[in-house]
Design a protein. Structure first.
Length: 90
């Protein structure tokens, strides 16, 4: 798996945006994250790319494990960001 997410949780204040997200994406697989406005799509992608820290759960992307409540090391993320593409649409 190139992406593995288990029990991902993220809140902004009292608003819980991500509630126990589990997902796996295989190498070469293309996925789309769809849902209503305010549903947490962009927050999920930001957590996967290390742009936003998360509260609980595990996130592994391309062999790199991101820890909850810990801002990822920018130098460690450079190789990941060079290999993983995300498209945000507004």
């Amino acid at each position: 798996m190139i992406v593995r997410v288990r029990g991902l949780q993220k809140s902004f204040g009292t608003r819980q945006v991500l509630r126990g997200i589990d997902a796996e994406v295989a190498r070469g697989e293309t996925i789309a994250v769809v849902g209503p406005s305010g549903g947490g799509k962009s927050t999920l992608l930001r957590c996967l790319n290390g742009l936003t820290s998360f509260d609980a759960g595990t996130v592994e992307v391309a062999g790199l494990t991101l820890a909850p409540k810990t801002p990822p090391d920018a130098a460690a993320l450079r190789p990941l960001r060079a290999r993983v593409g995300l498209v945000f649409q507004g």
